[in-house]
Design a protein around this ligand. Sequence first.
Ligand code: GH3
Ligand code: MG
Ligand code: MG
Ligand code: MG
Length: 312
Amino acid sequence: SKPVDLTALENRLENSLNSHQQSPARVLVVDDDEQLATRYLTVLSAAGMRCEHLQDPTLLLHTMHRFQPDVVLMDINMPSVNGAELARLIRLHDSWLRVPVIYLSAESDSTRQLAALLQAGDDFISKPISDQRLLTSVTARVQRARSISQALSRDSLTGLLKHADIKEQIGLECERALRQQQPLSLIMLDIDHFKRVNDTYGHAAGDNVIRGLANLLRQRLRKLDRIGRYGGEEFVALLPNCAANDAATVIDDIRQSFSQLLFSGPEGTFQCSFSAGIACCAAPDWDATELLERADQQLYAAKHAGRNRVIL
Ligand code: GH3
Ligand code: MG
Ligand code: MG
Ligand code: MG
């Protein structure tokens, strides 16, 4: 029989991963050499990456903020500025700590190479650099950075997104919803009388309830929905391209299922419920803060109206 073509298999796997789960890698190229930058952009774009060439180094932070690169390719010797200094600037920002910086430089003095690495930056590749080396380095760095980001942004009890990361997602999805003129629903939910659960059945049983609700949300919501543990027993679900009414139907079904789950503690079995508030990013000028505030108000109303209900 024919030997298995592992490379083809791997390529297919990679293609399917790229097309279904991962958005294209975003690469920011900082280099004063126009011709060289164009070459990098051509090679990386051909591999499906999204690239931008920074012409004016004074716009670095602005561009980082707007473009949100997964990786920065940084020249060192540029007429107006030193690339290592720029890399250090990037590192000063918490939100870019995880963004790898790869120096691509003709700098041959190894002392200066090491100094640049010490200052900031994760790798040093000497020019001239082959297309294959460029592509491989960028791909590997982006994948590693994304895996690390994913692992770090997960809450350890539930595996859901942590507070800061779901908040970031809300901001990004809000912008996208407005850009694409599509609805975006945000659900905020909070377990009812949870203090009582802890007091009666113990903290471990309480943890089980939190995990149970997280699993139910994961099972029932769509793959593109984002779910975060917003606080102790408070969750946020973000439903892109979903109108408020549909979000209400979905979460009310989940509410009914949850209220029927039986949990067990040392004192015996017990049931729980949650309350939820929904807001929808429909008006053209809504932002993440307003969406959160509105959902929180509706959640408060649901609590006030007697709990175990969804208010739109
Ligand atoms: P309400 O219906 O008004 O929400 O009442 P509540 O008792 O749920 O009130 P509140 O939301 O203020 O209480 C949250 C409680 O959740 C307080 C805290 O002890 C508990 N909690 C927060 N995080 C955790 C956790 O990770 N595990 C457990 N077991 N309990 C937690
Ligand atoms: Mg240069
Ligand atoms: Mg509560
Ligand atoms: Mg609470």
